[in-house]
Design a protein around this ligand. Structure first.
Ligand SMILES: NC(=O)C1=CN([C@@H]2O[C@H](COP(=O)(O)OP(=O)(O)OC[C@H]3O[C@@H](n4cnc5c(N)ncnc54)[C@H](OP(=O)(O)O)[C@@H]3O)[C@@H](O)[C@H]2O)C=CC1
Ligand SMILES: O=C(O)C(=O)[C@@H](O)[C@H](O)C(=O)CO
Length: 276
């Protein structure tokens, strides 16, 4: 079984859950991704900076699922911001992935101090026009940065992938995304397995539904209509994480989980973080 999908503002489609791959490396990483795809994941999230684009590419070749049924995301690193640098960086990523095209290409971090993300965005528009990427989006952008892209290029990202979990529900940014038809993606959706999965409100709702705490948290993302991309190196957990479409949470349950809000996990403020 595969996951339900959303339409993006450019007409392409994105599954309602994806597989994070940060830390999935070497042969074990290939096998983890192949097994994730066999279990239904179709959206795979990597980045130039994860150093595992070859691993993802090998998994794509081995998995036996049609390339056109997969949604492969990679991301532009901070040190490649700039128009020409962005074009060259995507070539490198495609080469390592072994792909003619990337489905979703994101600017990984805005790196506002060097202030070149608009130049990179113009290059991404060009890459989409050339058919080398199907959809273009960003990651870790604030509403002000999204406004600027629209003001200066008239092209709105289809996705903004941001830190999002019950400790950091991002209400304001999600409202901005909804107004501008930008799909939210949640990174570290399980809050990197911190104490979140032991929070009494999460464990009580899990017991009520007969599911695991991780499933409650991932279903919370689905109720918010944000696309979570949990990572697990373990097959059982990947299957558990994917299995969140046969139950739902009430509005009160969603609110109770959102009340865990307390802020970012650590660092990672888009206004100051400078990504390599
Ligand atoms: N755009 C960006 O700036 C960023 C993007 N990302 C993307 O988001 C993905 C996910 O984020 P990540 O930071 O990995 O954090 P997650 O919130 O996905 O948590 C991953 C951790 O949770 C554990 N885990 C996974 N499933 C379960 C489960 N069912 N029960 C208990 N523990 C579980 C994993 O352990 P184990 O593997 O041992 O199972 C791992 O330690 C990344 O892989 C990456 O693709 C992440 C950070 C920033
Ligand atoms: O994993 C990513 O996509 C990142 O951007 C990392 O920098 C992430 O923030 C992290 O976990 C750094 O340890």
């Amino acid at each position: 079984m595969t996951a339900p999908e959303y339409s993006l503002r450019d007409g392409n489609r994105i599954p309602a859950i994806g597989l994070g791959t940060y830390g999935l490396n070497e042969e074990a990483g290939v096998e983890a991704i192949v097994s994730g795809i066999a279990d239904g994941y179709r959206l795979i999230d990597t980045a130039y900076n994860y150093g595992n684009e070859e691993v993802v590419g090998e998994a794509i070749r081995r998995c036996g699922v049609d390339r056109s049924d997969l949604v492969i995301t990679t991301k532009l690193p901070g040190r490649h911001h700039g128009f020409d640098e962005t074009l060259a960086s995507l070539d490198e990523s495609r080469h390592r992935l072994g792909l003619d095209w990337v489905d979703l290409y994101l600017i990984h971090w805005p790196n506002p101090r060097i202030d070149k993300y608009v130049d990179s965005w113009r290059a991404m528009i060009r890459l989409r026009e050339k058919g080398l990427v199907r959809s273009i989006g960003v990651s870790n952008f604030t509403a002000e940065m999204l406004e600027r892209l629209e003001r200066e290029t008239s092209v709105v990202p289809v996705v903004n992938q941001v830190e999002l979990h019950p400790y950091f529900p991002q209400e304001e940014l999600r409202a901005y995304h909804d107004e501008h038809e930008i799909r939210t993606e949640s990174w570290s959706p399980l809050a990197k397995r911190t104490e979140l999965l032991k929070e009494p409100v999460v464990t009580a709702i899990a017991a009520e539904h007969g599911v695991s705490p991780a499933q409650v948290v991932l279903r919370w993302h689905v109720e918010l209509e944000s696309v979570p991309i949990p990572k697990s190196a373990h097959a059982e957990r990947r299957r558990e994480n994917f299995d969140v479409f046969s139950f739902s949470l009430s509005g009160d349950e969603v609110e109770a989980i959102s009340a865990l809000s307390r802020g970012r996990l650590s660092g990672g403020d888009p206004d100051s973080h400078e990504e390599f």
